[in-house]
Design a protein around this ligand. Structure first.
Ligand code: PNS
Length: 191
């Protein structure tokens, strides 16, 4: 088998522990793994391409044969420009399969020499997706364990008001507990 360059393309908005798990597995198999962030996505991202590039670089410093890059246009064209032999994609559950199969077959139609290789992340990440992480974080919920710590910090910084709302008691709750304290003191005095 030619174990040359493989591309791991995606949006990575934001990178999750599932993505990182897959990069670690891919890095063991291929000579070089290029994690490629799509630049021209139709979706409005939460993190800019520059932010995602920086996060991914920081997250993969320990993986010496992993490189982070960005691409535009057709992925197979980008892969060809790097002489890549493989496209790496992760499959979590059967629900991913249909979309991934379509994409793999379309890419094969576009470039028959390029193979798609699917890998499964650790089962503890099988429900983790960037979309759900964004949704939970945007509502002020905890994402610990779903994303690397630096991503969690960036999410907190970006969504600070939501997190403040989640972490701190609401104003009304503060008022209720203060009046409860007053009542207690009054009762003590009477006794
Ligand atoms: O993380 P995602 O959003 O599932 O990644 C999707 C991605 C970036 C791999 C896919 O949309 C892609 O390769 N886009 C580039 C355009 C392209 O080549 N389209 C044809 C492939 S079907």
């Amino acid at each position: 088998m030619n174990r040359g360059i493989a591309i791991y393309p995606g949006s990575f908005d934001p990178p999750t522990n599932g993505h990182l798990d897959l990069m670690e597995r891919g890095a063991k198999i291929f000579e070089e793994l290029v994690v490629a962030i799509l630049r021209n996505s139709e979706k409005t991202p939460m993190f800019s391409v520059a932010e995602r590039l920086e996060m991914l670089r920081e997250l993969t410093v320990h993986l010496k044969n992993v490189r982070i890059d960005t691409f535009d246009g057709l992925m197979v064209e980008y892969a060809k420009s790097l002489n890549a032999v493989c496209i790496l994609r992760g499959i979590r559950a059967i629900s991913d399969y249909e979309y991934e199969l379509q994409m793999a077959l379309m890419n094969r139609k576009l470039e028959p020499t390029l193979e798609t290789v699917f890998m499964m992340p650790a089962d503890k990440y099988s429900y983790v997706s960037s979309r759900l992480v964004r949704e939970v974080a945007q509502a002020g919920g905890p994402v610990k364990g779903l994303v690397p710590e630096i991503v969690e910090q960036k999410l907190r910084a970006k969504l600070e008001p939501a997190y403040r709302f989640h972490d701190e008691p609401k104003e009304a709750e503060v008022r209720v507990s203060a009046s409860k304290e007053k009542e207690k003191k009054k009762r003590k005095k009477k006794l």
